[in-house]
Design a protein around this ligand. Sequence first.
Ligand code: ZN
Length: 97
Amino acid sequence: MPIAAQCPNCASNFKAPDAAAGKRVKCPECHQPFTVPTAPKPTEMRTVKRPRTPVQPIEVEPADDFSPSRPKRRTSLVWALAAVWGGVLLLAVVTGC
Ligand SMILES: [Zn+2]
């Protein structure tokens, strides 16, 4: 497996052989010496682990907000109508006597 290396001087990307891992080589573009990285695998592990954590809290929040708000409005309308009819019945009873 060739190693993906980047020159710190001119930022040109190229593939270095396994034998050059951890050794100083000369950039083919600008001919400046630099050290080839040894292990390219840890960068792949970091990108896999990142998306797992933020997924869970996003799904929980909207479910709690929507479900209780709808039945509260309906029950409040029912109680308002019951209060109005109760007041009308009380007035009818009081004035009737
Ligand atoms: Zn270079």
